[in-house]
Structure formats: C-alpha cells, structure tokens
Design a protein around this ligand. Structure first.
Ligand code: G4P
Ligand code: NA
Ligand code: NA
Length: 189
C-alpha cells in the first residue's frame, strides 16, 4: 500500500534495529483517513474469504479492525487484556509474550462472541515474532471457529512472525513489509 509506505517514511521513528515507532498514525495518535484506507485494502484482499467477523487485540489493533469490519459489513471483536467486571466468566484466554514490552500478558475473548464454525479474519497492527497473532489464532482454534486469514499493517520481515504463520498454511497479508531498520533506515521489502 503505497500511501502507507509514504506515511511511514514521513512519520516513522526508528527506535532501534528492531522497533519502528508509528505513534503519529497508529499507536498513539490515529490518522482516521489512513486507517480507513487500510480497512478498504484489507476488505478488498479478504472479501472473497467471506469473513463473518474481524478479530483483533486491544489496543492498537482496534481502529484498523474496525474500519476493516465496517468495509466488510461484519462485526469486530477485540480480545481484552484485562478481565472487566462485566465480562462473562466463560472466556477463551491465551498467554502472550510481548516483544516490545518484554512482559507476558493474557488476552481473552468471551466465548459467546466466537461461535463454533464462524469465519474469522484476524487483523493487527504489527507482526514481529508473531506471538500476538499466534495467541489470537489459538483462541480461534479453541472456539472451533474457522480462520480465513491474518491481515497485518506492518510486517517486519526480518523477524519470524509472518513466515512462521504462513508455514502453517495460513494466509497472511501485510500492507507494508519492512526488510530492515538497521542504521536508523527504514528499508521496505
Ligand atoms: P509479535 O506478537 O508479533 O511477536 O509482536 P510483539 O510480541 O512484538 O507484539 C507486542 C506488541 O508490540 C504489540 O502491541 C505489537 O503490535 C507491537 N509491536 C511489535 N513490533 C513493533 C514495532 O516495531 N513497532 C511498534 N510500534 N509496535 C510493535 P501490543 O503490545 O499489543 O500493544 P498495543 O499497541 O496494541 O496496545
Ligand atoms: Na497490536
Ligand atoms: Na502495538
């Protein structure tokens, strides 16, 4: 997605050889027009897979999953990281290590929101080692729902996440693939 790559070059901050900060458009401030274009692109890529629902994890996945779901005309569900007072007792949960934060968190989805057999499209902002995506995939599997694919805004292809999920036969589409962040330079694939 050329518009996204252009914006990444404009506002992306290379925090280290491993981490790209996109706080201006995605992870802190949100650019609604750009996020809507992402949703249109994911909808175009995955419409033929006939998703019933879009699944992401809070917080940064939410705007992208929302515009994707809006374009597809289906609901969006986000996995929570904290159990809320009102949340059902009956949840699917997974333990997920976070690459950027260096901690382990639990993500959870109320089981009634993922009926058996439903066709699920997973959307997230970044893929690094793929732990977050794997956690969501496990939740889909536990629900006996059907995963139609994974859409990622920024795939860091120098890390293993996208590759390892594709190797399982799962369709992964990313809107921008970054080959390297070495020497403070953003290099696309
Ligand atoms: P992985 O799931 O693919 O292994 O990635 P990782 O554990 O690194 O993901 C943990 C968090 O870090 C995720 O956000 C993910 O989106 C984010 N992340 C990974 N690499 C980068 C990067 O280069 N830049 C930025 N900005 N984020 C990255 P999260 O913990 O779910 O937090 P939230 O932003 O969704 O609240
Ligand atoms: Na995320
Ligand atoms: Na994030």
């Amino acid at each position: 997605m050329d518009l996204l790559k252009q914006r990444i070059l404009e506002v992306g901050v290379v925090a280290s050889d491993q981490v790209l900060k996109l706080d201006a458009i995605l992870n802190h401030q949100v650019d609604p027009v750009l996020i809507m274009e992402m949703g249109k692109e994911f909808a175009r890529l995955f419409r033929e897979t006939r998703p019933d629902k879009v699944l992401t994890v809070e917080s940064s996945g939410i705007p992208i999953a929302y515009t994707t779901a809006l374009q597809l005309g289906v609901p969006m569900v986000f996995a929570r990281r904290k159990k809320t007072l009102t949340m059902d007792q009956d949840t699917y949960s997974e333990r997920v290590p976070s690459f950027t934060k260096g901690i382990v968190t639990d993500i959870m989805v109320s089981s009634h929101l993922l009926p058996k057999g439903e066709r699920i499209l997973i959307i997230d902002d970044f893929i690094a080692n793929g732990d977050a995506a794997r956690g969501l995939i496990k939740i889909v599997e536990k629900a006996e729902a059907e995963l139609v694919g994974v859409g990622i805004v920024v795939e860091k292809s120098f890390q293993n996440g996208g590759k390892s999920i594709r190797e399982r036969g799962i369709r992964v589409e990313s809107l921008a693939r970054i080959a390297s962040l070495a020497n403070g330079q953003i290099t696309f694939d």
